[in-house]
Design a protein around this ligand. Structure first.
Ligand code: 6CS
Ligand code: FE
Length: 299
């Protein structure tokens, strides 16, 4: 068991008595300009500016069928349904998310360590990286619910104790992401402002927040002004496409009432220089399958 390093100053206070907008104190791209890696210089500049980078094809159609097959195997495995790492849809009780797939599945472990994946994470974060969280979101059709607007970092800072914004997510589409089946939406540029949210973290918040998040979301008024300032970009793409997004990008996704599942695999990389300490705004840590405490770098 890795003991968390001493608590550091709280650069991004949140879940207090009022909402507060704080200018980002951390770089977006941590590697030195010109550092070699899979991301071209102008794409890296785009990531710095927008807080995201869309890739038309990160993995091949053959690889998609392997990983989609693995997703199907996991969600149809009765032991997985009984596992705490599986979250079900509130209405249909179908599996909505399985966490820690990089530990459960050899195939997803290989994907996380693939140079096309971990190489981009290292280039953005400018260091060795470890997996803070991984999950498959199944988002079956017929009314699967989405994820309301939020900044992942706000949760990972408040509840998992990540001190700085040195964390990046990649969402790899395992089914086609249409403009109708609940795709990821991001506000371009929103990553440069941290929104400290109003309202304390309820005890055992994760038991509800992973189905429907209510702590750590923007007020309607702030959401309205953020949308006016930044706009909203919907990400669509073929299976195999991917979206890299900064930990503090304001994002969400709608319900999926179509018959077309929107299944993705998400891998969250954190810099080994930014290991989790104690939660900054929650009574207790979340389980390690949601917020890792094993900081071993991905090799
Ligand atoms: O709480 C979390 O860690 C998860 N919740 C959402 C809605 N996005 C980030 C993350 O996977
Ligand atoms: Fe999120």
């Amino acid at each position: 068991m890795t003991t968390a390093p001493e608590r550091t100053a709280d650069l991004y206070p949140t879940r207090g008595t009022e909402e507060v907008l704080i200018e980002r104190k951390d770089p977006v791209v941590w590697s030195e300009p010109g550092t070699p890696g899979p991301i071209e210089a102008d794409d890296l500049a785009g990531f710095e500016r927008d807080g995201f980078l869309a890739i038309d094809q990160l993995i091949t159609p053959d690889e998609v069928s392997v990983f989609h097959g693995e997703l199907e195997r996991l969600i149809n495995d009765p032991t997985m349904r009984a596992d705490d790492r599986s979250i079900v849809e509130p209405r249909s009780q179908e599996i909505r998310t399985i966490f820690e797939v990089h530990k459960i599945s050899e195939l997803f472990a290989k994907l996380a360590a693939d140079p096309r994946v971990v190489g981009r994470a290292r280039q953005i974060l400018g260091s060795d990286v470890y997996v803070h969280q991984s999950r498959i979101n199944v988002k079956p059709g017929f009314g699967a619910s989405g994820f309301y607007w939020h900044s992942d970092f706000e949760t990972w800072h408040a509840e998992d104790g990540l001190p700085n914004m040195r964390t990046v997510s990649v969402s790899i589409a395992l089914t086609k992401n249409y403009d109708t089946n609940g795709g990821l939406m991001i506000m371009p540029g929103s990553h440069k402002t941290f929104l400290g949210c109003e309202g304390a973290t309820p005890k055992d918040n994760y038991k509800r927040s992973l189905q429907m998040q209510d702590a750590g979301i923007p007020s309607n008024e702030t959401l309205t002004s953020l949308a006016a300032d930044y706009g909203i970009r919907l990400f669509t793409g073929e299976a195999g496409s991917a979206t890299w997004f900064d930990c503090n990008a304001m994002h969400g996704s709608g319900d999926n009432i179509t018959p077309f599942p929107r299944s993705n695999v998400f891998i969250v990389f954190n810099s080994v220089e930014n290991p989790a300490v104690e939660p900054f705004a929650a009574p207790v840590r979340r389980p390690e399958y949601i917020g890792a405490r094993d900081f071993t770098p991905v090799k």
